[in-house]
Design a protein around this ligand. Structure first.
Ligand code: FES
Ligand SMILES: [Fe+2]
Length: 350
């Protein structure tokens, strides 16, 4: 049976876990002093936060005699203490003391993962051969933006399909019912970064309105695990950031997280005349809740397709399809099972 890039054709299972930065959890899901169990890229890990606020991701099992840190492990200041024999580890995985006050064994080293925390996100870097990351996801200026509202599902899917979805223009009308999709700037890639800009009409039902809305979408992806779509609805003076974070749990299951942040609403009365009377903080909450409802509905329309599809290596594309070939050429760099050859800059002349 032929294989299609990242996935096996027959079942759409991931053949290899992709390279890049992927969401571990949102910052507000991890409190100081907390140790949480997490399954990521087929491995059992723990994510924890020290008393000073530093987040750390490490193997779940103690290198001494294998206890799981999330079951009775504790944060003491800046260290993680194992529940079994009290060995303590710093955030670089060094064993700094045993539970008996004796010299820590040299080989008692806990494996930790490269982590970055910014914009309310805790992202971890995965690379099969454990090379140091060659790039990071840049921090967004979020001074005038609300904190993230977020939602997470677990489903049978892979991060390759969910990432490709946002450049699959063909399915926007058939699956999601969007109309008049127009490409404002074609797909462009530069190393791990991919951008595109397009506009389309959709119904304004989430805001309780009957008319169609014209919205513009600026997609920015950093690898397969991070996607930010800046949405502008000129009619309402509405700007929001819609994020998607697909993170592989194992070869078959995906943790798919969505988040929304809102900039400002210049014309709330156009959404609903009563909104003029509402304080700004309440207004933001209302719009975020309505946007998240609509966003969840939109994304979940793809679930049955993702759960049941197979991978097609060379799809016979038609006019009306999106820049699928350009996307796949770019995505190859994150596939450890491919040769790793890719062009640094690809413009979507398909
Ligand atoms: S297993 Fe962790 S200290 Fe012994
Ligand atoms: Fe979709």
């Amino acid at each position: 049976m032929r294989n299609s890039g990242f996935v096996t054709r027959e079942s759409n299972r991931l053949r290899a876990f992709p390279t890049g930065w992927f969401l571990i959890c949102f910052s507000d899901e991890l409190e100081a002093g907390e140790v949480k169990s997490i399954k990521f890229m087929g491995q059992d890990l723990v994510v924890f936060r020290t008393e000073s606020g530093e987040a750390c991701l490490s193997d779940a099992f103690c290198p001494h005699m294998g206890a799981h840190f999330a079951y009775g492990g504790a944060i003491e200041g800046e260290i993680l203490r194992c529940p079994f024999h009290g060995f303590c580890f710093d955030t670089e995985g060094n064993c700094i003391k045993t539970g008996y006050g004796t010299k820590p064994p040299r080989k008692a080293k806990l494996r930790t993962w490269p982590l970055q925390e910014m914009n309310g996100l805790i992202l971890a870097h995965h690379q099969q051969d454990w090379k140091a990351p060659e790039w990071t996801v840049p921090k967004l200026d979020d001074d005038e933006w609300t904190p993230l509202t977020h939602h997470t599902w677990e489903l049978r899917a892979n991060p390759y399909d969910t990432a490709e979805n946002s450049v699959d223009f063909g399915h926007f009308s058939t699956v999601h019912g969007y109309r008049k999709t127009e490409i404002l700037r074609p797909l462009h890639t530069d190393g791990p970064k991919l951008t595109a800009r397009y506009a389309m009409d959709r119904d304004a039902g989430v805001f309780g309105n009957k008319n169609d809305l014209r919205a513009e979408f600026e997609i920015t992806k950093w690898g397969l695990g991070y996607s930010c779509v800046e949405v502008e609805v000129p009619e309402y003076g509405l700007r929001s950031r819609h994020f998607v974070f697909p993170s592989a749990i194992d070869h078959e299951m995906l943790k798919l997280s969505l988040a929304i942040s809102l900039r400002h609403v210049a014309h709330p009365e156009k959404i609903n005349p009563l909104l003029r009377l509402v304080p700004r903080s309440v207004l933001h909450k209302l719009i975020l809740a309505a946007s998240m409802r609509g966003y969840k509905d939109d994304v979940s329309q793809d679930f049955e397709i993702w759960r049941n599809k197979i991978g097609i290596e060379r799809p016979p594309l038609a006019e009306g399809d999106g820049p699928i070939h350009a996307f796949r050429k770019w995505a190859k760099q994150f596939d450890p099972s491919s040769s790793g050859e890719h062009d640094r800059v690809v413009s979507a002349a398909e």
